[in-house]
Structures are given as structure tokens and as C-alpha cells.
Design a protein around this ligand. Structure first.
Ligand SMILES: *Cc1c(COP(=O)(O)O)cnc(C)c1O
Length: 462
């Protein structure tokens, strides 16, 4: 299997190359040239297997023999052994036919752990094989940095540098990053805001001279391996609820579109899915595009569901490539127009998307209302991201007969602000994290100057 760019001009890559590469050289994102397809028998045979075994079977075709089976199986098994629930991503029934898929049992209590625990191990495997080392740089407004750090802390051939805005992330978020004291983990508090931190990371990728030839790797959600790892829980949830004999629907709290796109891949690989619902917060570009064909940027709004605060939804490009019948030139033209001015999709590809996808946007006041309402009805305290999904599933689901699975993307203890605003006393951290506020921290504080940051990285990488 080869991987090709959504804009049609970059060279095709192997799995190993695509794991080590972020953006394609033509500005596009990599997708598989062909998708594996599971027969009904193959899907039926997955029911009842362990999560790691399902993960191995679902991802094996994408790896394309570039890692031998025994090694790949052990990477997968190690990655999911870090989760505190034996089912890794368990289903919980809320009412007659509505389920939560709990994605928050990983080391940092949110769904990004599912992909990043595997991605770190894949990167380390390929780097070791090549006898290379690499540096990871990333900027975080609080939440995703910790998942990347946890995914890389045991990697011998990787050093990770995560920049966060000094004094502008919550104490829990900061400590989830800064209490990881591994030798290859470097947290940098930038005396500036998130945009300053992100701009310095972007500039470092654009001109990597300061690393004297060492590879710089991005672990953001455009990396194909993250999508691949996320396909697994759709298949696992689907077969647990009766697929392939029975259709299932999914409702996904969405921002960069990586999570729900992985669900769409599972569908294209043979999982019978009736409907995907895209839930957004007030940053609703996905909902505006799907509902009104308004494909335009809007100013960023800080919401109670901060991990979904985005202006542009980067992985949507992968769905566009599919909707435009893999016409890379058409995708490139649309996205170029989108960067300049408000635009719209062509009618035919939009109509195709609307056959499978519905969408709904949920504002902050409604998030609080939903947290209270869901608790009254089900006894569950939802985190604010999951709350957007709960409401969207209720409002736009196609039918009641098909099981609806809402993805619970974060643990409520991680987003205490919203939970407290909704009138609750807060939710305790899980026991394996209850000493987080007493653990030793380590981080550097640097001015928002590119030269200072790059010197720090060059001096500290191993
Ligand atoms: C990242 C994140 C999302 C959004 O996922 P995308 O793949 O960007 O659509 C939703 N909820 C939480 C808690 C997240 O961390």
C-alpha cells in the first residue's frame, strides 16, 4: 500500500515514510491509495477479541508488511497497556439505544492518547531501525501537549519539546506536562501567548538549520498514523453492538476532523454505519459547511470545550478529497480559494457528504444545560466536549432503531471549570492521578524569541 497526497502533486510514500512525514510537499495530507476492505466474516470474527487484537487486525493492512507481525503486535499491545480500563475504550449504555464510547482511560484522560500512545512507539521503532534520532516540536494551548509527551516519554530515539504559554494554561494541564521527568522530555513556558508559541514552532519547521541535519517531526493530527489508530475503536464498538449484522451510528465532538474522519474510514472499510453526526461548539466551521455550504473562516471563540476551539478544520481536507472523487487539483483550488475568501463546496460533493453526515453546533450556555440534563437523566457527569455530542445525537439522529454511539472524548475531571459552572462540586481525578498536584515539576521559562527557543532545543537534544 502506498500513500498519496490530497493535492495530487507530492510523491507517493511508503508507510514508514508517511509516519515520519507531516504535511505533503504540495501542502496536502497523505491518505492511503487504496483502502483495505473487511468481509462480513472478518468483522464477525473480531467480536469478543481484546482491543489490542482488534487493533492489530484493523491496522495490519496499513502497515503493509513494513513491520513484522510479531513486532507490530508488541508495539500495539504496549501502547494499549497504558490505559487504565481493560477494554481500553469501553462502551457504556446511557438509555435504551444510546451509548457512550469512553475514550478517556489513557494517561492524559482524553481521546488523543489512543493515537499518540501508538504513534510514539511507531516513530521510535522506525528511527531505531534507521539508526537515526529525531526531535519533536509542538505548541499547545494546554491540552494536546500532554498526550504527545506521554506518547514519547519512553522513546529512546526521540526528544520532545513542547511549548506552552507561560501562566496561561490551567494548573492541571501544566502539571500533566511538567511532572513527566523523563530525560527526553522538555517543557518550555513561553513568555507570550499560544499564537507566539505556535509561530515559533512553524518557523522552526520552515527552517531546520538550527538542528544541523537532525530530523524534526510533527505529531499533530495530520499525521496519518493518528487517523489509522483511531479507526480501531469504531470497529471495536461496531462489532460489540452487532455489526456486521446490524448498522451503528456515531456522534463525534469534532474540531480538526481527525476523530470522525477515522470513523468514515472504518465505514469505507466495511463497517455498516448508518450515520455520522458531527458535533461542534461555537467554532462551527464544520456545521456551517455541511448545513449551509458556508465554507469560510470565522474569528476564534474561546469556549467551555477548549479542545474544540479551532478556526480551520485541518483533516476536513481528507474528506474533501474523497467527496471530490480524488481530484487533487480540485481540492487544491478549493482550499486556495478558502484561504483567501469565504467560499462554498460544489453541489455534487456536498450532496454526497450529506448522505452520510449530519451536524449540529452547541453554544456554551447549552453545554452547561446539557451537563445538568444528562446527569439528571443518566447519572453521568459529561465533560463539556462530550456534552456537545450528547445534544447533537439527540437533535439530529436519523432514527431511534439504530444504536447511537456518542464519543466521550475527555474525562470530566480534566475540564472542571465547565462542570463546576454547571453546578457540580467537581469530579475527582482518577486514583492513578490523585497526587498530580504534589508531584515534582520541571520546565524552562523562555522569552518569546525564536533564537532563544531554537538555542534551547539545539543545546538540550540528546
Ligand atoms: C482534540 C479533541 C477533540 C476534537 O477532535 P478532532 O479530531 O480534532 O476533531 C474533541 N474533544 C477533545 C477532548 C479533544 O481533545
Amino acid at each position: 500500500m502506498r500513500y498519496i497526497s490530497t493535492r495530487g502533486k507530492a510523491p507517493a510514500l511508503s508507510f514508514e515514510e508517511v509516519v515520519l512525514t507531516g504535511l505533503a510537499s504540495d501542502g496536502g495530507l497523505y491518505v492511503p491509495e487504496t483502502l483495505p476492505r473487511f468481509s462480513a466474516d472478518e468483522l464477525s470474527a473480531m467480536a469478543g477479541l481484546s482491543y489490542a487484537e482488534i487493533a492489530f487486525r484493523v491496522m495490519r493492512p496499513f502497515v503493509n508488511g513494513e513491520i513484522d507481525d510479531a513486532t507490530f503486535k508488541s508495539l500495539v499491545t504496549d501502547a494499549y497497556a497504558t490505559f487504565s480500563h481493560d477494554a481500553v475504550v469501553p462502551l457504556k449504555q446511557l438509555d435504551a439505544n444510546h451509548f457512550l464510547l469512553e475514550q478517556f482511560h489513557g494517561p492524559t484522560l482524553a481521546f488523543k492518547d489512543v493515537a499518540l500512545q501508538l504513534l510514539g512507539r511507531l516513530l521510535d521503532h522506525f528511527l531505531k531501525k534507521r539508526g537515526e534520532r529525531a526531535v519533536i516540536m509542538g505548541a499547545t494551548s494546554g491540552d494536546t501537549g500532554s498526550a504527545a509527551i506521554e506518547g514519547c516519554r519512553h522513546c529512546d530515539n526521540l526528544d520532545i519539546f513542547i511549548l506552552h504559554p507561560h501562566n496561561r494554561v490551567s494548573e492541571v494541564q501544566r502539571r500533566q506536562m511538567t511532572t513527566v521527568l523523563a530525560d527526553n522530555v522538555f517543557n518550555v513556558a513561553i513568555e507570550g501567548n499560544f499564537d507566539d508559541a505556535q509561530a515559533m514552532v512553524k518557523a522552526s519547521f520552515a527552517d531546520q538549520g538550527f538542528l544541523n541535519g537532525t530530523r524534526l517531526v510533527a505529531v499533530n493530527s495530520i499525521n496519518w498514523a493518528r487517523i489509522m489508530a483511531q479507526i480501531v475503536y469504531y470497529v471495536a464498538a461496531g462489532v460489540a453492538l452487532g455489526a456486521p449484522k446490524r448498522e451503528v451510528s456515531f456522534c463525534v465532538p469534532s474540531a480538526n476532523f481527525g476523530n470522525v474522519f477515522a470513523g468514515y474510514m472504518a465505514y469505507k472499510m466495511g463497517l455498516p454505519v448508518k450515520q455520522f453526526i458531527i458535533a461542534t461548539n461555537a467554532n462551527d466551521i464544520l456545521h456551517r459547511t455541511l448545513a449551509d455550504n458556508d465554507f469560510s473562516k470565522k474569528e476564534l471563540e474561546a469556549t467551555l470545550a477548549p479542545s474544540m476551539d479551532i478556526v480551520v478544520s485541518s483533516n476536513f481536507e481528507r474528506l474533501l478529497f474523497d467527496a471530490y472523487e480524488r481530484d487533487g487539483a480540485a481540492v487544491a483550488a478549493l482550499l486556495e480559494r478558502f484561504q483567501r475568501e469565504p467560499t462554498a463546496m460544489a453541489e455534487a460533493p456536498l450532496a454526497k457528504l450529506r448522505e452520510k453526515f449530519a451536524s449540529f453546533s452547541v453554544d456554551d450556555a447549552t453545554i452547561l444545560e446539557v451537563i445538568r440534563e444528562a446527569h439528571r437523566r443518566t447519572g453521568e457527569i459529561l465533560d463539556p466536549h462530550t456534552a456537545t455530542g450528547y445534544r447533537a445525537a439527540e437533535r439530529v439522529r436519523a432514527d431511534q432503531a439504530t444504536p447511537m454511539v456518542t464519543l466521550a472524548t475527555a474525562h470530566p475531571a480534566k475540564f472542571a471549570e465547565a462542570v463546576v459552572k454547571a453546578g457540580f462540586q467537581g469530579v475527582p481525578l482518577p486514583t492513578h492521578m490523585d497526587d498530580l498536584l504534589d508531584r515534582e515539576e520541571r520546565y524552562a521559562v523562555l522569552p518569546a524569541e525564536l533564537a532563544a527557543v531554537q538555542r534551547f532545543v539545539a543545546d538540550n537534544r540528546r
